[in-house]
Write a protein that binds this ligand. Structure first.
Ligand SMILES: *[C@@H]1O[C@H](CO)[C@@H](O)[C@H](O)[C@H]1NC(C)=O
Ligand SMILES: *[C@@H]1O[C@H](CO)[C@@H](O)[C@H](O)[C@H]1NC(C)=O
Ligand SMILES: *[C@@H]1O[C@H](CO)[C@@H](O)[C@H](O)[C@H]1NC(C)=O
Ligand SMILES: *[C@@H]1O[C@H](CO)[C@@H](O)[C@H](O)[C@H]1NC(C)=O
Ligand SMILES: *[C@@H]1O[C@H](CO)[C@@H](O)[C@H](O)[C@H]1NC(C)=O
Ligand SMILES: *[C@@H]1O[C@H](CO)[C@@H](O)[C@H](O)[C@H]1NC(C)=O
Ligand SMILES: *[C@@H]1O[C@H](CO)[C@@H](O)[C@H](O)[C@H]1NC(C)=O
Length: 909
């Protein structure tokens, strides 16, 4: 009893200590993440004030991009013809060598004879279709006068030279020996290899086949980038004339192109910026000249950018009108990648009518701006990387001083400290009764409320270092960057917290015995009392008795699948809370590492760990654990978590394999991916925006085609027997709501939650792409998916078809919408109203009449088709075909009835 009394005193003291504000704890917590955003965000921000907005004089190919996400929206501007310059192009001079010229052979770099340590076969590119990957050169390659270090090699026979990777890589900023729809994944013989010996960088597309035209033979060609700026295209094997290659799936081009980017305020969202890409120059090769064993050599001509002084600049007699910008100390014609800066610093006006002597007079002027600031290199490259499979790595945690002047922390802690004295008094009475409970309650008042409530989680997660970043995000137009920078205001805490005070006297063994008697929830509360207590708890978790108690592993309990008696799920929810709390002071990356170390022994938490995944709730528990852990974290940190999981499980590699192999050929893998994504990452979130965030993480790195595949793998219909994805479902027969519900919900999620990564166009394209996975769906299934996805998506989808003049398709879709309405007994009124809305999208009465006529025709056609299939029916399908026909006729009748009602009402009113 005496010993217990001692314990009580110690616990009380410790608690009282814990109730005072702890600047030191904040300090440690602050050394977390958040550093990675600043660089990027600052870049954007800096641009923000300077958007010049005077480039519309150029009327060229235009792409534009929302800055918030990594996505690109393409504006269809009237294209008044890109300037195509032949032969003596102002930036390059091209020489074409025919097959008989000996120079053609000289220009070919024989990679097989080269030093093999300098040759790399790109494994990923060599096995996929429509992919691109970033590669770093060993030298600066001048492209249109701009030194480049990083390029992006694409499977489609070209190199993308831009800094910012977007979906339309083929549009501009390319070096394209032969851009076409090559699929290196088709044959093992196809490779994409590159060679770099310090003076030349060669990319070779070796034995690649055209997608869909594999029978025509393989192509072998290369592009060589020389250190002096020369570019050489060498063609070894071109089995068919380039003019015969179809450009319907992929542009077919050969040549060079460059562009600059302008950031403009977005008209729709006031605080965001749109990135617009203007092509300023392009060289197009004559496709008929691209033949086997020919070569093209591009020699760079001098550009204004090479001049480093005013005199050289002004006296240059290039084809360009070079002018000197004193502020930037740069010579330019105004058309290059730095155009935005050129405009922002008023160089265009400055140059007019000035001579070099004028500048020399203003010495005071010359010292001000920082000419080393290069706008696009610094900020844009950093954001693009996440699009790449190669770079799906976790970022480093940059250490940043948490204090934005200190008030962030103070105001954060204030509510907790003010209430304490009263509670402390109350507690003392209670504590005297039961000794061990004391620590729990004391910890309880520390957080001042229900520990599992959202409010508590909110406090826990608002660690001080979040403040600068959040502030910053709210005021993007005002640079608050300096606040995040280490400011020398580091406050050494006067009270070192590393000791446990008198608690030190307590042997660790006794502490652990106490823990044994506490529930997981209580331990998690206790862990917040002080840093040392939390350290003790961390140690306890690592002991064998601790992990045995905490990491329950009976995931295959037969009673569990009904998930009513969810004790184990609750257990992992509490455990998530415990880990969240006791790792609070670590940076995110260390937090994840630590947690992984502890959980590494649980095999059912692994991607491939469980032998019978369908009967296992392991992944589910893991998901709930992670969700509790990450509740309230900001997006950057959640991205880190995702990247961490990806690295751990090789998720993206596995997805790559799954989406690139023939549908159904990797059934086990598909199933694993589905279970992992659904159980761990997507399901069970309380807020839809969280689900949308994680789904975006999963989908966004991939090109649209693969996104659709993945979506099908994760949400598509599954067989009730073995839980595997049924690929044939949508192609072979009309399905029902249950098969499409998952997909429809996912689409709705992306569309409704309004995440910035998904524009309406993206979602529509995704739906479009989905309807050919793995081959073209029956139109009825398409219609059903649209109906299930909700009115907005349905309408937007149809309107986009209308805008693009795809009237016939649209009409057929309406017929099948009507059919689904009829079959499901939905109100036909809906289909008619939808048609009416779509009708308004057509701009002229002629188009509208045309459309209505097409709808009538489509009904007739569909009926004829079904009639034919009934007539030619061979037994089995007879009944079903007949019922389908019957429904269709009914649908037509009630559709027209609704139309009549509508017109009559309009007439009579
Ligand atoms: C582009 O062409 C359209 C029609 O061809 C014309 O109306 C428009 O003025 C042109 N724009 C420019 C900038 O020349
Ligand atoms: C192209 O330009 C070069 C150098 O400016 C000149 O020597 C050559 O004659 C030009 N060729 C043609 C076809 O204009
Ligand atoms: C091949 O290249 C590597 C690295 O660039 C170099 O160390 C090696 O000596 C080279 N081998 C030959 C035979 O040139
Ligand atoms: C790949 O190359 C080998 C040997 O060069 C050849 O026998 C085989 O037919 C080629 N395969 C394809 C698909 O071209
Ligand atoms: C790199 O390779 C090219 C082409 O084979 C050759 O001309 C050049 O001398 C090589 N450079 C070095 C540094 O080996
Ligand atoms: C250069 O300037 C002159 C006079 O201002 C103008 O006539 C000419 O078209 C310009 N050349 C180019 C390539 O812009
Ligand atoms: C992930 O892939 C890499 C390379 O293929 C391999 O070395 C590593 O062992 C894999 N990791 C896991 C957890 O499968």
């Amino acid at each position: 009893m005496r010993a217990e009394f001692w314990l009580l005193v110690l616990v009380l003291r410790e608690a009282a200590r814990a109730l005072s504000p702890q600047p030191g704890a904040g300090q440690d917590a602050g050394q977390g993440s958040g550093g990675a955003t600043q660089g990027t965000a600052w870049g954007w921000n800096r641009r923000a004030g300077e958007s010049p907005g005077q480039v519309s004089e150029l009327d060229r190919t235009q792409l534009s991009q929302d800055l918030g996400g990594g996505t690109l929206a393409i504006d269809k501007l009237p294209d008044n013809g890109t300037r195509v310059v032949e032969d003596n192009h102002s930036y390059y001079m091209s020489r074409l060598y025919g097959p008989s010229e000996p120079r053609s052979q000289e220009l070919w770099v024989d990679v097989t004879k080269a030093n093999q340590s300098q040759v790399k076969v790109h494994r990923i590119l060599s096995n996929t279709h429509r992919q691109a990957s970033r590669v770093v050169l060993s030298f600066d390659f001048p492209f249109y006068g701009h030194p480049l270090r990083q390029i992006t090699i694409a499977t489609g026979g070209f190199i993308f030279m831009g800094d910012v990777v977007h979906r339309m890589l083929t549009a501009t900023q390319y070096v394209a020996p032969l851009m076409a729809n090559f699929n290196p994944g088709y044959s093992d013989n196809s490779t994409v290899a590159y060679f770099d010996n310090g003076t030349v960088f060669v990319v070779q597309w070796d034995h690649v086949y055209l997608q869909g035209r594999e029978d025509r033979g393989s192509f072998t060609f290369q592009a060589a980038l020389h250190q002096d700026g020369r570019i050489v295209f060498s063609y070894k094997e071109i089995p068919i004339p380039v003019l015969e290659i179809s450009s319907s799936q992929h542009p077919v081009k050969a040549g060079l192109s460059d562009a600059f980017m302008i950031l403009n305020p977005s008209p729709d969202v006031p605080e965001s910026r749109r990135r617009t890409i203007f092509e300023y120059h392009r060289v197009e090769l004559d496709p008929s000249k691209v033949t086997s064993t020919s070569a093209v050599e591009f020699t760079p001509l001098p550009t204004c950018l090479q001049h480093r002084s005013c005199d050289a600049c002004m006296s240059s007699d290039l084809t360009f009108n070079c002018s000197w910008c004193h502020v930037l100390q740069r010579c330019s014609s105004g058309f290059d990648r730095y155009r935005q800066e050129w405009l922002a610093y008023g160089c265009a006006q400055e140059a007019e009518g000035r001579t070099c002597e004028d500048f020399q007079d203003e010495d005071s002027y010359s010292s001000s701006p920082d000419s080393s600031f290069s706008p696009f290199d610094a900020d844009l490259t950093t954001t693009s990387s996440s699009l790449f499979i190669d770079s799906l790595t976790t970022e480093d945690d940059t250490k940043v001083n948490p204090y934005a002047g200190g008030d962030g922390l103070q105001s954060n802690l204030a509510p907790k400290t003010t209430g304490s004295p009263v509670h402390l008094g109350t507690i003392v009475g209670i504590v005297l009764a039961v000794l061990l409970v004391a620590s729990i309650i004391l910890a309880g008042i520390y957080i001042n409320g229900h520990p599992t409530s959202n409010a508590a989680l909110f406090f826990i997660e608002r660690r001080p270092h979040h403040w600068p970043a959040m502030k910053f995000r709210n005021h993007p137009s005002h640079s608050t960057y300096t606040e995040v920078e280490p400011s020398g205001q580091e406050k050494e805490d006067s009270q070192p917290l590393s000791t446990l005070g008198n608690f030190k006297a307590l042997p660790v063994e006794i502490f652990q015995i106490i823990l044994k008697y506490l529930s997981v929830k209580d331990i998690s509360m206790l862990s917040m009392v002080s840093k040392t207590v939390s350290q003790h708890i961390i140690n306890y978790i690592s002991t064998s008795s601790g992990s045995k108690r905490l990491l329950l592993q009976d995931f295959h309990d037969p009673e569990l699948p009904d998930r009513e008696d969810t004790t184990i799920l609750d257990h992992y929810r509490s455990l998530g809370l415990l880990f969240k709390r006791c790792t609070l002071l670590l940076p995110t990356k260390d937090r994840l590492k630590y947690i992984h170390k502890i959980l590494a022994d649980v095999s059912c938490f692994k991607f491939n760990g469980c032998a019978s995944p369908l009967q296992c709730v392991g992944l589910l528990c893991y998901g709930i654990f992670l969700q509790t852990l990450t509740a309230g974290w900001d997006e950057l940190e959640c991205h880190r978590v995702y990247n961490f999981l990806c690295e751990l499980t090789n998720l993206s590699r596995k997805m790559q394999t799954a989406v690139c192999s023939k549908p159904g050929s990797a059934r086990k893998l598909e199933l694993r991916i589905r279970l992992f994504c659904r159980n761990v990452l997507l399901d069970h979130w309380i807020h839809r925006s969280d689900s949308a965030f994680w789904l975006t993480c999963i989908l966004k790195p991939w090109p649209m085609v693969n996104q659709a595949r993945l979506l099908y793998i994760i949400f598509g219909p599954i067989s009730p027997q073995d839980g595997q994805v049924v690929w044939q479902k949508m192609i072979e027969e009309p399905t029902d709501e249950s098969c499409l519900k998952g997909l429809a919900d996912a689409i709705k999620l992306l569309y409704d939650t309004g995440t910035k990564e998904w524009t309406a166009d993206d979602v529509i394209s995704l739906v479009d792409e989905l309807s050919v996975v793995p081959r073209e769906w029956l139109l009825e299934n398409n219609a059903r998916l649209l109906i299930l996805s909700g009115n907005n998506i349905c309408f937007t989808f149809m309107a986009s078809k209308a805008v693009n003049g795809r009237t016939i398709e649209l009409a057929r879709l309406i017929v099948f919408l009507a059919l689904v309405c009829e079959k499901e007994l939905y109100c036909m009124d809906w289909a008619v109203k939808m048609m009416q809305r779509v009708c308004k999208v057509f701009s002229t009465p002629v188009e509208r009449n045309n459309f209505l006529q097409s709808v009538a025709n489509a009904f007739a056609c569909a009926i004829m088709e079904m009639l034919q299939s009934v007539m030619s029916g061979d037994g089995d399908d007879d009944d079903r075909s007949f019922m389908n026909l019957f429904h269709l006729v009914q649908a037509q009748a009630s559709f027209h009835k609704e139309v009549l009602y509508l017109t009559m009402n309009v007439l009579s009113s």
